[in-house]
Design a protein around this ligand. Structure first.
Ligand code: SF4
Length: 388
């Protein structure tokens, strides 16, 4: 979008982008840019074919005010316990004009979730002018003074170029958590998947966020290096995180839907995808190499094989590594049952293999669908595509 077209863009009402981190499910989503300014990562299915643009700050402010207007009504209608009766809600809904309904629904959803957090969309909100971001943050905290957390996605490449003074100013204006898609600390892997950033820049950006007093959440992607780079991916990613010591390390295992560029490499045999057992080996090496940090590991994505690999370093390190080790040591049949049961949402931890009513169901599904240890990874690959 050119500067002149930006000036003439008319406000078309409240907007929401397509995604947010799993941990922001209860947040109000405020869209300050559209899509991704980089948009080249070969594993990423989001925003492809979409053009990046900045939203005029006045439009963002109008979105915030539109939600704020509805929140005020909802608060006025609520009883002592904070609830609004269905009858009052229906009556209010009928008064809301159609163009204003997206803001109304966003307000109702946020109100129902306790109105504690806000997430700034889309993929890299920190790319806007620092002064504009500060204006938006100040407006948010003025309009919603009880909000406890304002968060955003940002690229390391962008953060590395922002002055420490501005990062501190963001924190003082209310931005208290940043989510970065680190994915890998290996320069070879980062280059291979066209992440557009190297390990050094990832480390610099992470350290800058931490030094500014902003909570930092780093996403890592087991399996991203494929078979050829699995070991270096685990070692270098852990090494980068050891130097950053983020507040959160969030695991999101690689899946390869057919509409991403990496799928072409995979289909042509140039990228060898890890099996679940190989991913477990890589994850174990990663967990064992993380050292000297106080980060919390989160496994809050359905693509991950181990929901229970969650905890804080250093005290939970041995327990988390042991979960993965136990899986690796399972006999092929029980390993298959766990893999399939987890991806179907029937099992969530290894100890669920002791629950015969659950295991019998998974066993029956495997039999009905001809799933065996030999074809399990292909079947699971297909299942995982549905979760993206
Ligand atoms: S920077 Fe993030 S949103 Fe953009 S293409 Fe890469 S992974 Fe996707």
């Amino acid at each position: 979008m050119t500067a002149s077209s930006k000036k003439t863009e008319l406000y078309a009402g409240f907007e929401q982008g397509p995604i947010r981190p799993p941990s922001e499910a209860q947040s109000l989503l405020i869209r300050i840019t559209r899509n991704c300014p980089w948009n080249r990562c070969t594993f990423c299915p989001v925003y492809k074919g979409e053009t990046f643009s900045l939203r005029p700050v006045d439009h963002v402010i109008a979105d915030i005010d539109a939600v704020g207007h509805h929140v005020e009504f909802l608060l006025r209608m609520s009883d002592a316990s904070g609830r609004v009766s269905q009858a009052d809600m229906n009556a209010y809904h009928l008064q809301v004009a159609a163009p204003d309904r997206p803001a109304f629904f966003a307000a109702v959803n946020w109100f129902a979730n306790g109105m504690e957090s806000i997430f700034l969309q889309d993929a890299n909100s920190l790319i806007i002018k620092p002064e504009d971001l500060i204006r938006i943050l100040r407006h948010l905290t003025a309009r919603f003074p009880k909000v406890r957390r304002i968060t955003s996605y940002a690229r390391s490449h962008t953060i590395a170029k922002i002055s420490d003074d501005f990062l501190t100013a963001f924190r003082m204006a209310g931005l208290n958590r940043i989510h970065i898609g680190l994915e890998s600390g290996s320069d070879e892997v980062l280059k291979q998947v066209e992440k557009g950033v190297d390990k050094k820049t990832h480390i610099l950006a992470g350290q800058k966020v931490k030094n500014a007093g902003i909570e930092l959440s780093e996403y890592v992607m087991p399996g991203l290096g494929g078979r050829a780079l699995s070991r270096v991916h685990a070692l270098e990613t852990a090494d980068a995180l050891n130097k950053i010591n983020p507040d959160f390390i969030r695991i999101r295992t690689l899946a390869i839907p057919s509409h991403v560029a990496l799928h072409e490499e995979y289909a042509a045999g140039r990228f060898e995808k890890l099996t679940d057992a190989e991913t477990a080996e890589e994850l174990l090496l990663f967990l064992e190499t993380l050292d000297g940090i106080t980060s919390t590991i989160k496994s809050d994505h359905i693509l991950n094989l181990f929901e229970e690999v969650e905890g804080k370093y250093p005290e939970d390190k041995a327990r988390m590594a042991d979960v993965v080790r136990q899986f690796i040591l399972l006999d092929p049949r029980r390993r298959l049952l766990y893999q399939v049961g987890r991806r179907l949402g029937l099992l969530s931890r290894l100890s669920d293999l002791n629950a015969s009513h659950l295991v019998d169901r998974v066993d029956e599904i495997c039999r009905q669908n001809g799933i065996t240890p030999m074809n399990a990874d292909d079947v699971i690959s297909d299942l995982m595509k549905r979760f993206i």
